[in-house]
Design a protein around this ligand. Structure first.
Ligand SMILES: Cc1ncc(COP(=O)(O)O)c(C=O)c1O
Length: 458
């Protein structure tokens, strides 16, 4: 439980004033600030301290950005060293020692079959810009415009990336939407074919293949297929490795470039340095952001050099030379590799998932527990409702909001996602200790029980 410090009284008043000013001055589109009405003043590792002295275990980690948690010494040291060196902090896309070193660290971290002969393009510093870049790259290379994307996908908020995204609520108010053919992602619990499990994934692959070959299927040859190996915002839905291999085969046979969006899954998060390593697929392009900047903004697209048909300036942008992010990112990539943090994520994630599955046996509001490594989803459902053909009960979004609040009261930051925002998404740093993992699960179990128990429904 978070314990307010003695001076918490006035600090709490000041924090309340900051929150009040935020409410009246910032846009209605603000998001996390609504879920977590706290004013963080300090953070270290997995712990965030609010202005009122309360402490929280952070299972959001900047939406999966903080592979090493907050203010890791290795990251701070890299930033300090760069600052003290007098290196220019902003350099468009000019060559620097820091960029050179980051590029080396990045290529060393990538699967050799992909990295050998690959090119990197530094993008504007957000995942969504790198998605745009990847799409434009493949449009240029193929001379085609449309794309294949999946139900539940999340690729960002700029026009092209939003067109690829599945979330109807954020797309609906906007005109247009781009030429994107939506394909069924293998989501075992809420199977688009109503069968679930491996059979559902096999049907998805069969459907994709037959649709692409159907001369009356309505699909004009696309510039690319874009997918996540584990959907994050979509509700932590891991794709089976066989399905990913099927997508690679299907796209390769039809000369459709395959772009894997590893913005959230990268840098050890899923229990491998890159999520593509689990299935062994070699994509044509990978989109990388979040953790690659070691908590500072950085985004790149890496692609096989035969696609490098861009003209100079084809995807430009002012903020593509963030020296500090490159230094912090190189330090992070090397630290994750040198300390076996991907393997640790796999082991800790497996233990946490196992305990959550046991909890699901006791708490019927937990409909499904799934994930890969330290990307874990807990789907909350209405246990009183009838299950569908796959055994899935309707989502319980209001309960999910109550659980998120109950978690915060217990000193735990957990965000929601997925269909109807009913999935608790656990994204602890890869450095999470066994004690912290246990504390996360204790607080979560307590919060779910409290929010779904008689005290709430009374
Ligand atoms: C898989 C994936 N792609 C792209 C993005 C967009 O990244 P950004 O928010 O940095 O634009 C996200 C963000 O959560 C993501 O999870």
């Amino acid at each position: 439980m978070p314990t307010p410090s003695p001076a918490a009284g006035s600090a709490a008043t000041q924090a309340a004033a900051v929150l009040r000013r935020q409410r009246v001055r910032e846009s209605a589109a603000r998001t996390y600030a609504r879920s977590f009405p706290i004013v963080p003043v300090r953070a270290n590792g997995m712990t965030v301290e609010g202005a009122d002295g309360r402490r929280y275990l952070d299972c959001l980690s900047g939406a999966g950005t903080l592979a090493l948690g907050h203010n890791h010494p290795v990251v701070l040291e890299a930033i300090r060293r760069t600052l003290d060196s007098g290196a220019p902090l902003h350099l468009l896309d000019l060559a620097t020692a820091e960029k050179d070193d980051f590029t080396t660290a990045l290529f060393e971290s990538l699967p050799p079959a992909f990295a050998d002969g690959a090119r990197v393009h530094f993008c504007g510093p957000a995942g969504t810009d790198a998605v745009e870049a990847a799409l434009k790259l493949m449009q240029t290379a193929t001379g085609r415009s449309g794309a294949l994307a999946f139900t539940g996908a999340y690729h960002g908020m700029t026009a092209g990336a939003l067109a690829l995204t599945g979330n109807v609520a954020v797309k609906e108010p906007l005109p247009g939407g781009g030429e994107v053919v939506r394909l069924p992602y293998p989501y075992g619990y809420r199977c688009p074919f109503g069968v679930g499990g491996q059979a559902g994934a096999e049907l998805s692959a069969t459907y994709v293949e037959r649709l692409l070959d159907d001369p009356s299927g309505g699909v004009v040859p696309p510039a690319a297929m874009v997918l996540e190996a584990v959907q994050g915002e979509g509700g932590v839905v891991p794709a089976p490795d066989d399905w990913l291999r099927a997508m690679r085969r299907i796209t390769a046979e039809r000369r459709i470039p395959l772009i894997v969006d590893e913005v959230q899954t990268g840098v050890g998060r899923t229990g491998a340095m890159w999520a593509v390593e689990h299935s062994g697929i070699v994509p044509d392009a990978m989109v990388l952001s979040k953790a690659i900047g070691g908590s500072l903004p950085l985004a790149v697209v890496v692609y096989r050099e035969e696609y490098d048909g861009w003209r100079p300036g084809a995807h430009t942008g002012t903020f593509r030379g963030n020296t500090l992010a490159m230094a912090a990112g190189a330090a992070t990539l090397r630290y994750v590799a040198a300390n076996g943090l991907a393997e640790r994520a796999a082991a800790v994630g497996a233990r946490m998932t196992e305990r959550l599955r046991a909890l699901a046996g006791e708490l019927p509001v937990i409909g499904d527990v799934r994930g890969r490594g330290l990307m874990i989803g807990v789907e909350l459902v209405d246990p009183a409702a009838e299950p569908d053909a796959c055994g899935a009960r309707p989502a319980a979004p209001e309960l999910a909001v109550r659980v998120r609040e109950a978690c915060l009261e217990r000193g735990l930051i957990v965000e929601l996602g997925g269909r109807h925002d009913a999935v608790l998404r656990l994204l602890p740093p890869l450095t999470v200790t066994d004690e912290q993992a246990a504390a996360v699960l204790d607080r979560l179990a307590d919060a779910v029980a409290a929010a779904s128990g008689p005290a709430v429904s009374a």
